[in-house]
Design a protein around this ligand. Structure first.
Ligand code: EPU
Length: 417
């Protein structure tokens, strides 16, 4: 297993291109299951999670071809209703096949994903929605078994605005009989990106990006060609890195409109941001100020940026309170940051971060994707050498992260262990 070795203390300078969004690409690739014929997706990021979903789609009977950042999928031969444990346990987002499988094959058997490092992450709302649409649902031997001769439109209230829950139900509803109304739907840009692709396939969807979505079922969908939207979390991660190192970085090919909360908090922390079209230039000459953060569903501050922002606050000039309201265990990076000299106390869902003048390099590891990214950021400013272990977490969600940082002037390399 590889590790990332960083020699801290080099300000980042230059331009970085943002890849396609993992969390948009995953449901969009899965949406190919809703039709026969070749769908073509461009700007698909080269990530381990994308490899996992391609394997699952192939297992279900789809033909999957890749060429660089282009992926083609034809699910005309979709025949297998089962998503097995071995594939689902590697990536929770595999549960997204549930809705499309019931819509196309009238039945599905999908391994329950179980909890993960950041929280219990139940899928009760995905199941509640499918059940209201007329599916018979059973949980047996660790699998969800769902069956419905034809799904029917329904009024569904989501107790929590779940991102993949909204996506799963949207994909089930597009081929259902009649109208489905999703109340308290997730408003994340990735949900809107999926709705755009489904609409281009012929689906009748209104209200994507708002908390009430109306989906009128259609008899069939047609294949589509679509690009994947830029990854707002990758963009935000590089923006925080630029502010952290006091560099001068232009983040290219992003959608600034998707980054409102991150832009606001970065400005409050003393960074200067110049937004022009699809680029954001981040510089900082003033010292870093402490700001409070509370993670919320979009358009609030993203939980997927919480760990990275905490590094900035760890070297800020005062006290910052970071509240995590989405996942119950998303402070796993705190103990590793402490080992690097950060002064952070956790109480319930709040972390009190008292800025210190510097962090010092150390061997570290984390057990989730964004926590690993935060440790790379910490390594970029720490005195001395930092080794980030368990790099497979980073490879799940950041395309060539160390190469992108190296091109910006960081002293960073991947080494086999
Ligand atoms: N929840 C329920 N019941 C459900 C579904 C969710 O109680 O049926 C709860 C969860 O336990 C959590 C909250 O609702 O407390 C929000 O979870 P959500 O379902 O929105 O998360 P998700 O869809 O599983 C996606 C992203 C995550 C991101 C979250 C929040 C994908 C593939 N994953 O997860 O991304 O953190 O939304 O924005 O889209 C990452 O990329 O590192 C990552 C974890």
């Amino acid at each position: 297993m590889d590790k990332i070795v960083i020699q801290g203390g080099h300000p980042l300078k230059g331009e970085v291109n943002i890849s396609g969004a993992k969390n948009a690409a995953l449901p969009i690739l899965v949406s190919a299951l809703l039709t026969g014929g070749w769908n073509t997706y461009t700007n698909v990021p080269d990530l381990q999670d994308i490899e996992s979903i391609k394997l699952l789609l192939a297992h279900l009977g789809a033909r999957v071809e890749s060429d660089g950042h282009t992926v083609r999928i034809d699910a005309g031969g979709l025949c297998e209703p089962e998503a097995p444990y071995d594939l689902v346990r590697k990536m929770r987002a595999s549960v997204l096949v549930l809705g499309p499988l019931v819509a196309r094959l009238k039945k599905a058997r999908v391994s329950l994903p179980g909890g993960c490092a950041i929280g219990a992450r139940p899928i009760n709302l995905h199941l509640k929605g499918l059940s209201l649409m007329g599916a018979d649902i059973d949980i047996r031997h660790g699998y969800v078994e769902a069956e419905a001769p034809r799904l029917k439109g329904a009024e569904i209230y989501l107790d929590v605005a779940s991102v993949t829950g909204t996506e799963n139900l949207m994909m089930a509803a597009v081929l259902a009989e009649g109208e489905t109304v999703l109340r308290n739907a997730a408003r994340e840009p990735e949900v809107v990106a999926l709705a755009d692709v489904l609409s281009r396939m012929g689906a009748d969807i209104h209200g994507a990006g708002s908390s009430v979505m109306r989906i009128r079922g259609v008899p069939s969908l047609k294949p589509v060609s679509a690009p994947i939207v830029p990854d707002r979390i990758e963009a935000g991660t590089f923006m925080v890195a630029a502010a952290l190192t006091g560099g001068d970085v232009t983040v290219c090919g992003c959608v600034p409109g998707h980054l409102g909360a991150v832009i606001d908090k970065l400005r409050l922390s003393g960074a200067e941001l110049a937004i022009r079209g699809s680029t954001i230039r981040v510089t900082r000459s003033a010292p870093i100020q402490s700001v409070d953060i509370k993670t919320l569903p979009y358009p609030g501050f993203p939980t997927d940026m919480q760990a990275q922002f905490m590094v900035l606050m760890a070297v800020a000039g005062g006290l910052s309170i970071i509240s995590e309201t989405i996942f119950e265990n998303r402070f796993i990076h705190v103990s590793e940051l402490r080992r690097m000299g950060a002064d952070i106390t956790v109480s319930g869902n709040a972390a009190m971060v008292k800025g210190t003048p510097f962090l010092s390099g150390a061997p570290v590891m984390a057990s989730d994707l964004r926590a690993s990214a935060c440790l790379v950021l910490a390594g970029l400013i720490a005195r001395g050498k930092t080794e980030v272990n368990r790099v497979y977490h980073l490879d799940r969600g950041y395309e060539a992260m160390e190469e992108k940082f190296a091109r910006l002037g960081a002293v960073i390399e991947r080494r086999p262990v």
